[in-house]
Design a protein. Sequence first.
Lengths: 160, 298
Amino acid sequence: MNAATRMFMVLSLATLFTLAAGIPLYAQNDQAFITYRQKVMSSNGDNMAAIGEIMKSSLPMGKNIVTHAANIEQTMLLAASAFEKNISAGATDSKPEIWADWKKFVSLAEAAADKASTLSKVAMSGDMAAVGPAVKALGGACGDCHKEFRKPKEESYKNK
Amino acid sequence: MRLFACLLLFALFASVSALAEGDATRGEYLYRAAGGCGCHTDRAGGGAELAGGRAMKTPFGTFYSTNITADAETGIGRWSDEDFIAAMTRGVAPHGRHLFPVFPYPSFAGMTRADLLDLKAYLFAQPAVRQPNRPHEVWPPFGWRWPLPVWKWLNLPLSVPTLPPARRDDPLVARGSYLVNALGHCAECHTPRNLMGGLRNGLFLAGSSDGPEGELAPNITPHKPTGLGGWSARDITWLLESGFKPDGDDVQGLMAESIEHGYGHLTLQDRDAIAAYLGTIPAVDRKVSKSSKNKGRK
C-alpha cells in the first residue's frame, strides 16, 4: 500500500464518519433552526426594550438609540436567512403562511429594516420630539409582520 | 359696563351654541380615548371606516358591528342628540330597540353629556357611508332582544371598586378613572364575564380568556406575578403609547389596534392618569389562560 492509497483510505473513512455523524445531527437540527430564529427575534425585542427604557424615563442617552436602531436594522436583514428553512411544527410561533408567501415575508423584514434605519437617523439628529413617532413607525412594522405571520398569543408555544 | 354686558352676552351665546353643537375637534380626542371605535371598522375585510360589518366572535355567537357613519338610511345620520345619548348610555336605539351589550354602552354610560355630544359631532363630521347592517348570528336566547331589559336590570349599572381613601382626592386618579371606566372601556375586554355575558365586577380588570374575537385579555390589576405588579407606571404609559411591553415584545390583536387608532394618540398626562388609576385598584391573583374548549380565534 503506497502513501497515496493510505491517504485516500484515511480521507474516505473520515468523510464517512463525518457523514454518519451528520445524519442524526441533521434530524435534531429543526429545533436548532427554530431556536436560532427566535433568538434573532428576541434580540430585536431586547433592543426595543432598551429604546423603551430611554424613552419612557427620558434618560439622558437619546444618542444611544442610534445604535439600538442600527442593531435592529442589521438583525432584520438576517431574518431572510434565519427563517428560510420551512419548519412550522414544534415549539414555534411561525405560521406556515411564511413559506407560502415568502416574498411578502422578506419584503416586510426589509420594510422593518428601513424603519429602523430611519429611527437611527432621526436619533442621530438629536431631535427627541421626532424620535417618538419614528419608534412608533418601527413598532408598526414589527406589528405588520406579526399580524400576518406570527401565531396569536392564544396559540403561542409559550402558553403550552 | 356696556363692555361687560357685551362680554356676558358673548359668553352666553358661546356656551349655548357649544351646548347645542358638539365640538368635533374635542370629539376626535374623545374618539381616540375610546380606543378608536375599531370594532366598527372591518379592517381585515377592507371595509370603510366606521361603516360596521366586522364580525365579533363571542361565546354566544357572532355579532356584526353596525354602521355608525352619518348615512341617513343605513347609518345613524337621522339620530338626534337625544337618540345618540340614549344609545350610548342606556343601550336603547330610536323606536325603543334594545341594543346588545356587545356594544359597550354600560361603560359609555359614565361619559359626561358634553363629551357625548362632542363625540357625536366628530362622528357626524366623518364621511357618510352607505352600507346596510348585517344581521347577527347568535344562538337563542342570546339573540333575542326582548329579554334585554331584564338583562339590564340584573347587570347594570357597572360597579367599579371604590378608591383607597388616600387617593380619593387625587385629580390624576380621578381623571384616570374616567378614562379607564367611561371612555376607554377597558373592563369590557379585561374583566371576565358571567354566563349571561354580564361583567363579573368582583374580578374587575382581572383578565378574560374569552374576550372579543376570542382573544385573551390579560389580568391588568396590580397583582404580582399574575397581573401588572411587576410593571412601573411608566411601563404602562409607554405601552399605551407605543404598543411595546417592558420585555420589548409588542401587544397583538385588539389591544394593538386600540393603541394604534386610539390610546396611542392621548396626551402623556392622560396616559399617566390611566397608569395612576390602574395602580389603585385591588390586586387580583388570577392567571388567565386559554380554555381548551375555545381555542384560537376566527
